[in-house]
Write a protein that binds this ligand. Structure first.
Ligand SMILES: C[S@@+](CC[C@H](N)C(=O)[O-])C[C@H]1O[C@@H](n2cnc3c(N)ncnc32)[C@H](O)[C@@H]1O
Length: 206
C-alpha cells in the first residue's frame, strides 16, 4: 500500500476526534506561534496538517496566508468541511513532502510548522529531501516549529514505525543557519488516554 493510501484510509476509517494524534487545543504550537509576533500577512506552511485544529486557530487569530499541505486528500477534504465554506480561505496543497512537486513552487515562507510528521520519515533519503525543502523555503529571519516524538516515547503511530528525536538531532539536521529559540518537552495525552511524549522546538533562521 502506498503512503497516500495508508493515510487516506486512516482518515476514512475513523472520525477526526478518534485519531491517535487528535488535539482539540493545538498547544504548545499556538503558544509558540504567538510568541514570535508574526504579521497577520505572514506566509505560514503547515506540513502534513491532516485535519488539524491548528488551522482553525490560526484563522481565528487573523492569519491570512496559510498553506495547508498533506499527502492525504481525504484529510484535507475533511478539514475543509470542518472549517466551513467561508473559512476554507486557505491555500490547499496536497503533495508528498518527501517527493515534492507543487510544494517546490511555493513562494518563500515565514513559518514552517510540523507536528507529528517528520518522525515518520525513517529513511535518510526522505529526511534529506524534507530538510532540503525546508531550507529552500524558509526566509531569512523566518521560523521553524517542529514537534516530533521524543526519545524513549512511542515507537509507532498509525501502525507505522517512527524515528524519535531530541532537539540536538533537529539542530544537527537544520545546521548553523537555524538558531534554537525554544525546546519544550510536552506530554500529549491521546484520545485513548495514553501519554505520548513529544519534543517541540522553535528555530529562527539567521
Ligand atoms: C500523525 S498525523 C499529524 C497530523 C497533524 N499535523 C496534526 O498534528 O494533527 C501525520 C500527518 O502527516 C501526513 N503525512 C504523512 N506522510 C506525509 C508526506 N510524505 N507528505 C505530506 N504529508 C504526510 C499524514 O497524512 C497525516 O495527516
Amino acid at each position: 500500500m502506498s503512503q497516500k493510501e495508508h493515510w487516506n484510509n486512516a482518515y476514512t476509517d475513523k472520525s477526526v476526534n478518534e485519531l491517535g494524534w487528535f488535539q482539540q487545543n493545538p498547544e504548545p504550537s499556538m503558544g509558540l506561534i504567538r510568541s514570535v509576533n508574526l504579521s497577520r500577512y505572514a506566509e505560514i506552511l503547515d506540513v502534513g496538517a491532516g485535519a488539524s485544529s491548528l488551522i482553525e486557530h490560526l484563522l481565528e487569530d487573523g492569519f491570512q496566508n496559510i498553506t495547508v499541505n498533506d499527502i492525504s486528500t481525504v484529510a484535507l477534504d475533511t478539514l475543509c468541511e470542518a472549517l466551513g465554506k467561508e473559512e476554507c480561505n486557505v491555500e490547499w496543497m496536497p503533495d508528498d513532502i518527501v517527493a515534492p512537486t507543487v510544494l517546490k513552487e511555493l513562494p518563500l515562507i515565514d513559518l514552517w510548522h510540523d507536528r507529528a510528521v517528520l518522525h515518520f520519515f525513517t529513511e535518510d533519503k526522505d529526511q534529506l529531501t524534507y530538510f532540503n525543502l525546508l531550507k529552500q523555503k524558509v526566509k531569512s529571519k523566518g521560523y521553524v516549529i517542529i514537534a516530533a516524538f521524543a526519545i524513549g516515547g512511542a515507537e509507532k503511530c498509525s501502525g507505522l514505525p517512527v524515528l524519535q528525536y531530541n532537539h540536538e538531532m533537529l539542530s544537527q539536521r537544520l545546521g548553523f543557519d537555524f538558531e534554537l529559540k525554544e525546546a519544550i518537552d510536552f506530554t500529549f495525552v491521546n484520545p485513548k488516554g495514553d501519554e505520548r511524549p513529544y519534543i517541540y522546538t522553535l528555530y529562527q533562521r539567521k
